[in-house]
Design a protein around this ligand. Sequence first.
Ligand code: ADP
Ligand code: 5GP
Length: 200
Amino acid sequence: MSTQTIPKRPVVVSGPSGTGKSTLLKRLFAAHPDTFGFSVSHTTRMPRPGEKDGINYHFVTREHMVKAIANHEFIESAEFSGNMYGTSIKAVKDVMDNSKICILDIDMQGVKSVKQTDLNARFVFIAPPSPEALEERLRKRGTETEESIQLRLQTARDELDYAAVTGNHDKIIINDVLEDAYRQLEDYIFCKDAASALSS
Ligand code: ADP
Ligand code: 5GP
């Protein structure tokens, strides 16, 4: 696939926790390593098995994050499921300085904040096929405590309502069959579908 026709605009990917954002993005980065770069967020949550500091997230203390936010180092930040998350200015700049298209994986609060900036991003929402499937995925992933699963499921309802009601996303993809969802994501990002043509 040629990258010549793709807008250089950042792509913000959001959707309930457990819906499959990381799975889809991992595949996108593996397929197009020279085209896309990940905006590595900061978080105060603990790393999951296999997650690497500086790759998946910058894992920091709350104190560090509060100071950095006060120091105006962040484009946006949010409290999610008892932890802080945020996109630093540097995270996005590092990707753009490498002439890559910046991909952000952020929650609904982050989407609202980024909409207020001059990043001129495109917004993709990844929805689960059903609330039951979402819960099953969260449980099967085996990374969350029961409390964290419940918090994430509660927040998922707000995320889904926001996407359904506001029309604030350029593209909504239902991640039922992974292969189909991935194809839709690629088609949208590479402007192979009507929605991307309209929003590019
Ligand atoms: P998120 O990044 O949105 O929190 P993940 O990418 O971690 O979600 O996916 C949550 C779990 O669901 C993972 O165990 C992943 O393997 C699984 N998963 C992702 N997409 C699908 C799919 N289409 N069908 C079934 N399971 C999926
Ligand atoms: P997780 O703990 O599952 O990795 O992420 C939980 C939620 O935080 C997900 O919805 C994810 O998109 C969101 N998130 C990750 N990084 C950021 C960030 O920098 N800012 C915001 N607002 N949300 C983020």
